[in-house]
Design a protein around this ligand. Structure first.
Ligand code: ATP
Length: 526
């Protein structure tokens, strides 16, 4: 972590260099909305491409989806968002500022009082802005943005901007199963905009009202189906190889840990140091009632260790909800399961049924439901369970920006002390990969050669042409943009096709041929 970095310093560099601007700044800005400038949009595009490549393109068991942002409102009823996606809000009656009650309590080291349907503030909580204790009782505030579809603004035309991308994956589950030629276990990934009318947007882009998510729903067999097929269910105690290929015998908890490892490995590969990544396992009533486990992957931001991604084991909650609300079945047929069940004789079936009934009733579920579930399993049918790694693109961009920022004091070749601001992005996510400079601009032959080299490299990577000012100043500008390498085309290039390559991190310069340069970039960008 960049321990000395404060958000103002980072935000000022981001504005000055064109990473992030306040949305609608011309008209005084709009709280909770941000624009990504020329460098910022390249950074975000690289993050999304890297995620898509890791989660979809390089796997055979994940496919993609790009759904609409506005969907049938019944989807949000089924998912629980229409009734339950709310935060408790309090207002200060003196200074009129508004806060999230849970955050207020957390910051002041007290517990928000939760009853069945309402919240209350414990004694002593005060307004962080003016110190007044004259606060309203907490009221529930639904975070979904409301709009109307078509010209008539009445209740029958209400629709919502999606507060997460994941829900469309469940709503399109049957179409995907019918077309994707995938069998459980397999996943569906989606990334795109989500909207939450956050009560208190803060910490720069960390909590915004419009943001992007990168979400995966990875569908797995219920453990009971795994047991029928494999005769046992691999648990963590069996020490499965989480970095190797997934195994048919894995239970849900092994899959959860597999995805945690996959995601942490990816964060490290794009440059977040292991020491700045933490896991927070939700406990007690932090955990949604249907979730079996949920872990937050957290990053040490300049304002504290905070959530970057949530990875949840959601059992069959979402598909079951859509089955109930739509009246359309969400079972899938699993031929391997059907064949495994067909091999069991009657006593073995009875023993298996008894075991499931005992397990389920111990968890407070009904015997009738357990028996119906087992009967379906014997027919090869079940509603898949799901592991959901859900990441925020903007939060990751902020983490990468914070991690990259460095102010370095060094001694130059003349023995003079100098300082530079340098964004040390991993090459794979750096907005610009290479700066290309002609040593001088008034020698047509050299200039033309440099333009040719630039055009050639630009076909592969995002390169930046800079012909103005001393070479040292050009390097400094590229350091602030986080460009890992710069090449200078000089007179020698005309003779032997070599260029001077300057490394951002150690400021060393080496002479190498154009083809060696291409090989180096290929290897280091990945
Ligand atoms: P938080 O507790 O911080 O409000 P959450 O637990 O509600 O987040 P999820 O619903 O799990 O978040 O969303 C998944 C991911 O989407 C988060 O880990 C985060 O990266 C991102 N995200 C959620 N809300 C926002 C927001 N308001 N601004 C930016 N990113 C967000």
């Amino acid at each position: 972590m960049n321990k000395t970095l404060d958000l103002e310093t980072l935000a000022s560099l981001c504005k000055r260099r064109g990473f992030i601007f306040q949305s609608s700044e011309l008209y005084g800005g709009i709280n909770g909305f941000w624009d990504y400038g020329p460098l910022g949009c390249e950074l975000k595009r690289n993050i999304k491409d890297a995620w898509w490549k890791a989660v979809v393109r390089t796997r055979e068991d994940v496919v993609g989806l790009e759904a609409s942002i506005i969907m049938h409102p019944a989807i949000w009823k089924a998912s629980g968002h229409a009734d339950g996606f709310a935060d408790p809000m309090v207002d200060c009656k003196d200074c009129r500022k508004r806060f999230r009650a849970d955050q207020l309590c957390e910051e002041q080291g007290v517990e928000l009082i939760k009853t069945e349907a309402t919240f209350a503030l414990p004694d002593g909580v005060q307004c962080p802005a003016c110190g007044s204790k004259n606060l309203t009782p907490p009221r529930s505030f639904n975070l979904m943005f409301k709009t109307f579809v078509g010209p008539v603004e009445d209740e029958t035309n209400v629709a919502w901007l999606r507060p997460e991308t994941a829900q469309a994956i469940f709503a399109q589950f049957s179409n995907i199963v019918a077309t994707a030629r995938q069998k459980v276990p397999f996943g569906v990934a989606q990334m795109g905009k989500s909207f939450r009318n956050e009560i208190n947007p803060r910490n720069y882009t960390f909590r915004s009202r419009e943001f992007e998510q990168m979400e995966l729903e990875f569908f797995i067999r219920p453990d009971e189906a795994v047991e029928l097929i494999c005769g046992h269910v691999t648990q963590l105690d069996d020490k499965p190889d989480l970095m190797g290929p997934p195994q048919a015998s894995w239970g849900w908890n092994v899959w959860l840990h597999y995805w945690i490892e996959q995601r942490l490995t990816w964060y490290r590969a794009i440059g977040l140091p292991e020491a700045d990544l933490e896991q927070y396992w939700q406990v007690g009533d932090e955990l949604a009632h249907y979730a079996r486990a949920c872990v937050d992957i957290e990053y040490a931001f300049p304002f504290g260790v905070q959530e970057l991604e949530g990875i949840a084991a959601r059992a069959d909650f979402d598909l079951t909800q859509h089955q109930t609300h739509s009246g359309k079945h969400m079972d899938i047929f699993d031929e391997t399961l059907k064949q495994a069940a067909a091999k069991l004789d009657d006593p073995a079936r009875e023993a298996f049924t008894r075991k499931v009934v005992t397990d389920w009733t111990r968890q407070g579920k009904s015997e009738e439901d357990a028996r119906a579930f087992v009967a379906k399993l014997f027919d090869g049918k079940y509603i898949p369970h799901v592991i959901e790694p859900s990441a925020g693109t903007d939060r990751l961009a902020l983490a990468l920006l914070s991690n990259a920022y460095d102010e370095e004091t060094f001694t130059d070749h003349k023995g003079k002390t100098d300082t530079r601001t340098v964004m040390r992005f991993h090459p794979s996510i750096a907005p610009i990969k290479l700066g290309v400079f002609p040593l001088v601009k008034n020698k047509p032959e050299l200039y033309g050669k440099a333009r040719d080299i630039f055009a050639q490299l630009q076909r592969r990577w995002n390169c930046f042409w800079d012909e103005s000012g001393a070479i040292g100043r050009r390097y400094r500008r590229m350091d602030e943009a986080g460009t890992p390498w710069c090449v200078t085309v000089d007179f020698q290039t005309l003779d032997d096709d070599t260029v001077t390559l300057r490394e951002r991190d150690n400021m060393q310069q080496v002479r190498l041929s154009l083809s060696d340069l291409v090989d180096k970039l290929d290897a280091e960008i990945g």
